[in-house]
Design a protein around this ligand. Structure first.
Ligand SMILES: [Cu+2]
Length: 229
């Protein structure tokens, strides 16, 4: 059985069945839609980033520029994840959030701007790191693999992705610092790699089912941080 192979134009049926159908149907350059020439690794149930799609029309090959594709996401050596928060359509929320794991604790440090001055804003990890919607809705619902009720940090009965609230200063900026023992970067306990961070327009009041936090004003995909900073 082949571990990896290039996909060609003649594989269009396979692409349309197994790759996002809307992508294949809408792309003007689907002939360049390829898998990277790397095997797909299965480690502890985690598919460790051995595959990637490219939609750039001019970029037809990925192994000609000397990068170690895939190796950075191989699992145990990942010490930090980072999400770059971008504003959703019509909003200004932006920032960087880092997740660092040490001895079973995940430390979260974020610097965020573009918030409503003096107001609290809910922040959650949502199910998907899918940035293909301008309103953040492709992030899905709260990341809640343990199927718990919603809650604020400090209570045990809460979603794994419930990060509580940001508190904006008078300039609409904030620094967020917190630590969590109920998540991990890459597993096995509630791994957050590849999921999405959402910042909402309103505070999280802790109410069911998701805290009454309103629209999504910022979104970032949680990816592997480069250890060289
Ligand atoms: Cu949310």
């Amino acid at each position: 059985m082949q571990a990896a192979r290039w996909l060609r134009d003649s594989d269009s049926d396979l692409l349309s069945q197994r790759v996002l159908p809307t992508f294949a149907a809408n792309s003007n350059c689907s002939k360049n839609l390829i898998f990277m020439n790397k095997p797909i690794f299965f480690a502890g149930g985690l598919i460790a980033a051995g595959m990637l799609f490219t939609s750039g029309c001019a970029h037809t090959c990925c192994d000609d520029h000397g990068h170690n594709h895939g190796k950075a996401a191989a699992g145990p050596q990942v010490k930090q994840l980072v999400a770059v928060v971008q504003p959703t359509a019509g909003n200004k929320c932006a920032g960087t959030i880092r997740f660092t794991e040490v001895d079973g604790t995940v430390y979260v440090y974020g610097e965020i701007s573009g918030l409503t001055p003096g107001q609290q804003h809910a922040m959650h990890i949502h199910e998907f790191g899918d940035a293909t919607s301008s309103d953040g809705m492709k992030a899905g619902g709260h990341y809640n693999p343990e199927e718990k009720p919603h809650g604020l940090p400090g209570t045990d009965a809460r979603h794994a992705g419930d990060l509580g609230n940001l508190k904006a200063n008078e300039e609409g900026k904030t620094v967020y610092r917190a630590e969590f023992q109920n998540i991990s970067l890459t597993g096995p306990k509630n791994p957050i790699i590849g999921r999405g961070v959402i910042i909402h327009a309103k505070p999280d009041d802790g109410g069911q089912p998701v805290g009454n936090a309103g629209p999504r004003i910022g979104f970032g995909t949680i990816g592997v941080a480069n250890p060289k900073q």
